[in-house]
Every structure is written in C-alpha cells, then in structure tokens.
Design a protein. Sequence first.
Lengths: 320, 320
Amino acid sequence: MEFVHCTPMNIGLDMMGGDYAPLEAVKGVAQYILENSSSVSLTLVGDQSSLEPLIAEHKIPSNRVRIIHSEQVIGMDEHPTKALKEKQQSSIAIGFHLLATGKTDAFISAGNTGAMLVGALFSIKALEGVLRPTISTIIPKENGGTGLLLDVGLNADCKPEQLNQFAVMGSVYAQQILDIKNPRVGLVNVGEEEGKGNLLAQATYPLLKENKHINFIGNIEGRDVLIDKADVMVCEGFTGNIILKLAESLYEVGHRQQIKSEFLDRFDFEIYGGTPVLGVAKPVIIGHGISGAKAFKNMIIVAQKMIESKVLDRMKEELE
Amino acid sequence: MEFVHCTPMNIGLDMMGGDYAPLEAVKGVAQYILENSSSVSLTLVGDQSSLEPLIAEHKIPSNRVRIIHSEQVIGMDEHPTKALKEKQQSSIAIGFHLLATGKTDAFISAGNTGAMLVGALFSIKALEGVLRPTISTIIPKENGGTGLLLDVGLNADCKPEQLNQFAVMGSVYAQQILDIKNPRVGLVNVGEEEGKGNLLAQATYPLLKENKHINFIGNIEGRDVLIDKADVMVCEGFTGNIILKLAESLYEVGHRQQIKSEFLDRFDFEIYGGTPVLGVAKPVIIGHGISGAKAFKNMIIVAQKMIESKVLDRMKEELE
C-alpha cells in the first residue's frame, strides 16, 4: 500500500522576491490554481495592501490562498546573513519561519539567492547524514530529455565524500521528480578513463564506482553535457556554476542572434521553474531573479511534486 | 628599428599525426604554400614512400619542403611517455629532436596529444621563469571577435601563481598573435565581486589585480564566456577543459540540429588550427585528432606568426 499524504499540502511563496514581484508571482499563482484543481493551499507571504487588489484582479479563489503580511523586503543586492538577521519581518524570514515551524510544507522565493541559501541552511535542518546541502539545475539534452547537473554553486570547494552524496541526492531527485528510471550518473571530468582529472575527480571516481545506491557510468566530458549520456552530472560547485551560466547564456545568445532552434529555446530557465536546495529537511526552491509567471507556476508544481513523492525521505534512506 | 628574422624560417610538421594523416596534412601543406609566397620552408616528418607520391600529386614545389623519413607512428591511444621512449623513430619523437637541435623553428602535430605535451615539456626547455607551461584555446565571441581561454587541460590542479603566469602568457599571445591591443584579462569565476569563488580563485584575484603586466578587469562568469567582456579568460585546466569541450560541442550540436547560425559555425575548430603550448622555449602546436587540410594550413600560419612576432621572447620579458 502506498503511503499517502493525509493532511492538505500547504506551499509557502515569497510574493516579494524577484525583479517582477509581486505581479508576476500573483500571475503565477493564478495560473497554477487554474490548471491544478488539487487540494494544495498556498501561503502567500508579502505586503497585504499590494497583494489583495492583485489577487482580486486575477480572480484567485480565496479558499486556495491565505496571505501572511510581511512588512519588509530583502533587496537583491543586500548582504544575505546581515539582511536575514536584521529584517526579521521580511518575506523571506517569515517564509522560513513558517516552514521551520511546520505551518507550510515547502518554501519558494525568487528573491535574494544568498538569503534563500542562508535561510535554507540555518532555518531548516540538514537531512540526517548530509555533509553539505547542494543546488542543482536542469540541463536540456539534445534528444529532448533532461539531465540534472549538481552542484551548481553552493559548494565551490568540495571533498570527494560530498560529491558522492550529491550523486545520491541527484539520483533520487532525477527518479522522483524528473521521472527518470535508474538514472545514469556521470562524473564531470576532463577525460573518459578512470584516473583522469584533478585531485578531486581522481579521488571521487572510486567512491562513485563503489556506491551501490547509484548507477555510475564513469566520467563524462564537456562535450557530453548537452547530449544523452548521463542523467545526473556530478561536479563541485565551481565548475557546475560555470557550466550552468554558460548554458543559460545559450538561450540569450540564440535569442539575440535570432537563431531558430527548438533545442536552444529549451534553455529558457522559466520552463523549469527554480532550483531546489537538496539535502535540507524540507523543500526549498530558489527562483531566478527575473522569474515571470510561468517560472512561479512551475516552481509551485515542483514543490508539490517534492512533497507528494516524499523525495527527501527517499534521499535520507539512500544516504543511510 | 624592428628586429627582423634573418635566417629563413623552417617549420616542422608531423605528417603522420591525426585521423586523416598523411593525406589531409599534405593537402594543408599544399594550400599553405599556394596562399603564402613567403620564405618559409617546411620540414615534413613522415613515411617517405607514402609522402612522395602525395606531394607530387598535390604539386608541392620541392624547394619549399624537405621530407625527413620516420619509420614509426605513435598511435592516438598509446601511452604518451612510454610511446615516446620506445618509439624513438616515430614522427613525433623525430619532430621534437629536430626542434630541440635547432633544425626547425617550430613543430606541429595533430597526433597523440599526450605525446605532444610530454615531448613539449621534456624535449624543449620551459621558458625561463615559467612555473608550468599551459595550453589555450580560441573562443569565438558573439560580436565576431575572439577570446583566448587558458588553461584548457594541461594543468588540472593549479596554484594561484601559475594562473597569474597564464594571464601574462595569454595576454602576450592575444596581443602578438590575435592582434588584440591591451587585452582585457578576466578571471573565470562564479560571481562578479572580489572575494567570490573557490579557494584558488579567491587567492588568484589579488595577484591578478596587482599584476602590472596585464589589463585585469576582474571576474567573469560562465555567462560572459561567449560575449565580448574579456579577451583573455584565465582558469585552471579542469574548468577550462570542460568549457573548451562544451564550446566545441556547440558546433556539432548546431550541425546535427541543422541550426543556421554564423556564430555557431565559428565553433568549428578547423578555423583556428591548433593549440599552442605556451611557456616552452619554442613554438609547439597541437592539432585536433580530426584535423583536416584547413586546420593543418592554419596551424602552419599560427606557427609562422609565432616565430615572426617573437611571441615567446615577449612572454619571457613580461614574466621577468
């Protein structure tokens, strides 16, 4: 018998985060509710007087949302730790408080990325046994599929044991959220053969090879990132961040160069919503600063899927 | 008064290296000679009985080339150090011997990359003061220009002082060979601000900032690699190799996806010829295994330019 989620789900959303907040966040909520007749309730954290008319305007049914008023906003350029500490009434601080105290089951924001990371790491406990949480990104594959790349910037310096855990967390996420069966895990490296690479990659390879919780296929190179070779691509956050931002720029380049390509169109990050923080005990999703309605809607869908699939429980099991 | 090159230049070429050798190498030589009426002589190292009929067939004038017979070939998959040691009569071993003894002024091969690197590092002295030689690649920029990325794989683990030298060598190469005036040097990193990055990038930033031999513009991110931000992009060889191979794959992806784009067409490595090894005392250029005639021709042009511009002497001066 499948264990089902009994209490109604409640997803918290920072309505003040991102360059186009709160309008695009409200539009995203409206689209989500229109398309998803589920029992998910949304907790919208933001300035009440701004939100109420927008919610009315976009005909959002009041039984699906509740507003939690926040008086402050953490700006995109504020120092994360300082801002979180000083702005206890900010939408991000309140959002994490609601999540930490069980008032919501997930938290989403397109606001200050650093503040979201600090909040995730310090307001929410790490999953038992996790050395370091990680963030990942979807990489569109040429054959129409999707891959998962991690870490993409939370951990610029890593130890082999951390990469080994990223491989497990990425595998579980790929299975549960991206619906990839038995995902192939590749170690991002400079050559195909075992023994290639920098000291970190050399030391990580044997750990991945011996890890029975993953389907390790060996090293993958830069040329393999965009093709259907590995479903989960593991590296430290320095290399991963460079790959992520280079991949994101392909969409912009394609757009500016007026290149007609369905493949390049898929590098539009809005399709995928945001980046979940993996390895913390509750679902936290960080959106891009320039998130529009579609991105907000898709972040809510990812959060819902993370709760429904109990992906974090599965990670915990696989890491044991 | 400009100091001119008095003795005739002689460029050595491994005719047996690469997947399409010796035919494409011969065709490249023929094209070079046809288009360049200079006083450059070419020393062609390879199997005499294979080369002679091809040279006749492609009407290569005998006063511009001489053949040095080699009996062995180092295969693409052979162990570099072992092969170089055991195959003293291979085209690569002979080519390096000619270069080391002053019989040629440069050496080019599209053969076993590892053997070329080992040969460059051990047959040819490092430039005085160089901690570690490096290899670079051209990165096409969206605005039509070109950037130089280094290191792209010779040094998977680096020290800050090495990156600082790569910045100088890359700057001199960009000025002398790519004709970029006062090239902007960027440190490949995960964020714009000083203090961002992994331990290596954090420690490298102040060195680049204080380096009076370069025009340091600060950090550049993955999104800046393809745009006109920095002319010389500095990183360790792990990240650089991933970027290089990802960039190379863009050409293949574009081709397979039938994307019409002048920009993506410029990711065809044949346009740029090969990769010079920077930091050794004589010009050594390594071609891609699948080099065709155009790549061979362009490698000879780069070698000629490296000799004429005395780029290695300039590097030595700037590193002092």
